[in-house]
Write a protein that binds this ligand. Structure first.
Ligand code: GLY
Length: 430
């Protein structure tokens, strides 16, 4: 099967690595990919926001399946573009319709969807310029902390947790009146703050059936002990020790099943991955957010733990036959540690040569590239999140230590990574 994978980060390297192992794959194209994905298939220099360029490439290369990594093309309607284009409509497409992608593309849509289907989430109100003064009053009467969310996509920066009324009102004004996040913050969702421990749960759905993939926990803050600025993710572990069968049962009954049933009942076309960003509040799961794609860096632990053939799984989703798939998962723990550029998530320099990428490490470790590029035949840094090292282990501590050993042999100027990923689970068996 001729496959085109869209995206260029660590998530896409992990997906490309897995897709490349399938007997179905022949060949695999990654657009635009990175030097890591080039080892799993053929990188093509396509702008993934340019639908016309994607159309031409798919026709030229007789693409049979498209798998979309990041949210942006989905929120912009790539699925709908394929279905409305006669030469593309039969291509198997992994990613939801524009309507389905609204679960990520509009926080207000997601909250209203959850409300309609009785899915547990924090209480909220939504505000625009039209009811701005009501919003200020609502904030003044709200308990602290207050969560403000830009409605649209804001490159992962659109959620602000405000610890004071002054901060909340200033942020609210910036978002709505000053368009801090452009169109994305013309509407703002104000949410109650939920206190608990977060986890990420993933499913693949055909819009009717679903399969739950291994869960993961990511570490979003830049500093050790989960301190400092928010990032795109500094590491992840899977499985999550507190995701016991009982807790996962609650997640499935209260969140996953009603979400998929809601998608079905509302006639939303959705074939692809769905990411449930959850929080465990005293043993009860609540939805913090939906994403219409896999997480990064969670994918770098979830996909290596998946034993089932990924192409077969995607084909089954497109045929609405997920109920016939036997999902097999590696029982071992996996941990990934993200190495970033000095200064990330603020400004950083790039273009530093990376040494040690071809080092010899055991079969239990994988190096996935994220923000890298090729320059003068060398792999160099190109992004804030540069690469991540995933390892398997008997437990999380073991997996983390193995990744740290591999990272000891990788170097570029300004390399930084957290050494404490999975810190709260180190004494447990998983
Ligand atoms: N790791 C969180 C995300 O992918 O959005």
């Amino acid at each position: 099967m001729r496959i085109l994978l869209l995206g260029s980060g660590g998530r896409e390297h992990a997906l490309a690595w897995k897709l490349n192992q399938s007997v179905w794959t022949n060949p695999l194209y990654i657009a635009p990919g990175n030097p890591g994905t080039a080892k799993c298939g053929i990188n093509v220099q396509l702008d993934i926001t340019d639908f016309e360029a994607i159309r031409k490439f798919c026709i030229l290369e007789k693409i049979e399946m498209v798998i979309v990594g990041p949210e942006e093309p989905l929120v912009n309607g790539l699925f709908d573009f394929f279905k409305a284009t006669p030469e593309l409509e039969k291509i198997y497409f992994i990613g939801p319709s524009k309507a389905g992608a609204q679960l990520e593309g509009s926080k207000a849509f997601a909250k209203a969807f959850m409300h309609r289907h009785g899915i547990p989430t924090a209480n909220y109100r939504e505000f625009t310029r039209e009811n701005y003064e009501d919003g200020v009053k609502y904030l003044q009467e709200h308990s602290l902390p207050i969560v403000l969310k830009a409605d649209g996509l804001a490159a992962g920066k659109g959620v602000v947790i405000c610890q004071s009324y002054v901060e909340a009102i200033a942020e609210f004004e910036l978002m709505i009146q000053e368009a801090k996040f452009g169109e994305a913050s013309k509407k703002v969702v104000v949410e109650d703050f939920l206190s608990g421990i977060e986890l990420s749960v993933f499913a693949i759905t055909d819009g009717k059936n679903y399969l739950i993939l291994p869960e993961a926990k990511d570490y979003k803050r830049v500093g050790e002990g989960d301190k400092g600025l928010m990032t795109g993710g500094m590491g992840a572990v899977s499985p999550v020790p507190f995701a016991t069968p009982g807790f996962m049962h609650k997640i499935e009954q209260r969140i996953i099943r009603p979400t998929i049933e809601g998608i079905f009942k509302e006639g939303i076309e959705y074939t692809g991955f769905i990411f449930f960003g959850l929080i465990n509040v005293n043993g009860d799961p609540y939805v913090i957010e939906y994403n219409c794609r896999l997480g990064d860096p969670e994918t770098e632990v979830v996909i290596p733990r998946l034993e089932t053939d990924l192409v077969g799984l995607c084909i089954a989703a497109t045929q609405q036959e997920l109920d016939k798939v036997d999902l097999r998962v590696d029982k071992r723990a996996a941990a990934t540690i993200m190495a970033v550029s000095k200064g990330y998530p603020m400004g950083y320099e790039k273009g530093f040569a990376i040494d040690g990428l071809d080092g010899k490490y055991g079969k239990q470790s994988l190096v996935f590239q994220a923000g890298t590029t090729e320059s003068e035949k060398k792999t160099v840094t190109q992004g804030g999140r540069v690469l991540c090292v995933t390892s398997f282990g008997e437990n999380i501590e073991d997996a983390v230590n193995t990744s740290l050993d591999v990272l000891d042999h990788i170097y570029y100027e300004g390399i930084y990574y957290r050494t404490d990923i999975g810190f709260e689970f180190k004494q447990t068996n998983h």
